[in-house]
Design a protein. Structure first.
Lengths: 205, 253
């Protein structure tokens, strides 16, 4: 059974992700200890909250270095969820400029309203669209609805890192990938069957 | 493009179980919360609202243990409210499994809480719940403490104020419609929704799928909350979505 370390940076709901990982046949290890990451062969970085605060907490506890070592150094599969995906970026403009993990080149900005019916935050179910076959979306059709709740989004610089898009505002990138590093802007743990399929796919990579 | 329409069952919690009343009064027991959540899981409900309606009047904090138990069973987005007075309350509710936290009385008494919570946890999880009473002259007034205390403020003014402070969503309930199943208050809903650029959830008064269609189109919202219609009639969230899809609304089926 694969063990997924779920990084607990103190601000968010870890239980539902842990429960979802269990339901998907994995073993969750909730932790805020850098050395625990060595015990896992998957790392999940969830996230609710503001970018500067979350990044600050990762740095304070040296979790950024530990993740760097495991994910970039040893190639362990990584999944960032919501803010966890945004943290992959080079930097964010949420409440001033803050550097991110920098594993995916790109900046995090506020969702730009396009038409008057684009409300921010983007809250609710929306379509996730992709064209090529994506390891994370195996068994899922393009256009499937997932649950979103966010005001900011990551704009990757390299089109090659974009794995899915969602039609909201001027369009948002709803999933990214660079090698075994994945990020999803939606919440798989709250997206019912399709969400669990994404987690299953991640756990069985 | 906007998101899909959201149909959100509301569970009202009082003492040890779920209740539903009329006009914020005449409460009837409607069963166990865990049972309700399990049923809604199976039915792939869009989102759930869980409000502890006696916490603030009884001057007690949210019942974190109960929310923890419920959230563990809840595989859909969950908004939790009732008795939220501090940043610590918000944080603990998020930690035990709420995806969003609804703040009602404290939003009027201590608006700084909205700002602090939005800065720490992000606007997307800060819902301000506004209960409004309609006066005979047609004006509306915000009431707190489960509808028992008038504030002298209009819902539109409060909605704009909390939006500026960082609230991410508004749950809007006209007290006189609550539990009547006579339809949503279109006028109130539309006035608040047009005054802000954050999402507004219409609540209170749903008696039929047609009521939902009406508030979605004329009330200018993309989310509707409802309780009595799901507790006391054969109508279901999925039934509502099929009906709305037939009427041309974008729903998740």
């Amino acid at each position: 059974m694969n063990t997924a370390a779920i990084i607990n940076h103190g601000l968010c709901n870890i239980d539902s992700i842990a429960r979802a990982v269990e339901e998907c046949g994995g073993s969750p290890l909730i932790t805020d200890q850098p050395h625990d990451l060595e015990k896992a062969n998957r790392i999940i970085l969830p996230g609710v909250g503001a970018f500067p605060d979350a990044m600050g907490r990762l740095r304070e506890q040296s979790l950024d270095e530990a993740m760097q070592e495991q994910v970039v150094g040893k190639g362990i599969p990584f999944l960032g969820i919501c803010l966890g995906m945004q943290l992959l970026g080079t930097k964010s403009w949420e409440m001033g400029e803050t550097a991110g993990l920098g594993w995916i080149e790109g900046e995090v900005g506020r969702i730009e309203p396009y038409l008057e019916d684009t409300r921010v935050p983007h809250i609710g179910w929306n379509e996730v669209c992709f064209t090529d076959e994506q390891p994370l979306f195996k068994g899922i059709n393009s256009g499937q609805d997932f649950y979103f709740v966010h005001s900011y989004h990551l704009c990757p610089r390299d089109e090659g890192n974009v794995s899915a898009r969602t039609p909201y505002g001027r369009g948002i990138v709803s999933a990214v990938q660079r090698e075994q590093i994945f990020g999803v802007q939606f919440h798989p743990e709250k997206s019912q069957r399709a969400g669990f399929q994404v987690l299953k796919n991640f756990m069985s990579l | 493009m906007p998101t899909k329409i959201r149909i959100m069952p509301t569970l009202l919690f009082k003492d040890f179980g779920l209740v539903k009343g009329i006009g914020f009064d005449s409460w009837r027991r409607v069963g166990s919360a865990v049972q309700a959540i399990k049923v809604y899981n199976m039915r792939q409900v869009d989102e759930l609202v869980f409000l502890d309606i006696t916490a603030t009047p009884d001057r007690r904090p949210p019942d974190f243990d109960t929310v923890d138990e419920l959230a563990d069973e809840c595989f859909m987005p969950l908004t939790v409210g009732g008795g939220v007075r501090s940043v610590a309350d918000v944080q603990r509710l998020l930690q035990v499994g709420a995806d969003k936290v609804a703040i009602n009385t404290a939003a009027s008494e201590n608006p700084q809480l909205i700002q602090q919570a939005a800065q720490l946890f992000g606007s997307q999880c800060v819902v301000v719940s506004i209960d409004a009473r309609r006066h005979e002259d047609g004006s509306y007034e915000v009431c707190t403490h489960s509808g028992t205390r008038a504030t002298g403020k209009t819902p539109v003014a409060l909605a704009k104020e909390v939006e500026a402070l960082g609230a991410g969503e508004i749950l809007l309930t006209p007290i006189c419609r609550d539990g009547t199943m006579e339809g949503y208050d279109i006028e109130l809903t539309r006035s608040v929704s047009e005054a802000v650029s954050i999402p507004v959830i219409a609540s209170g008064g749903a008696g039929s799928y047609e009521d939902m269609a009406q508030v979605l189109s004329e009330g200018k919202v993309t989310a509707v909350a409802a309780a009595s219609i799901f507790h006391f009639t054969q109508q279901t969230p999925m039934g509502a979505k099929h009906y709305l899809a037939g009427r041309g609304f974008k729903v998740r089926l």
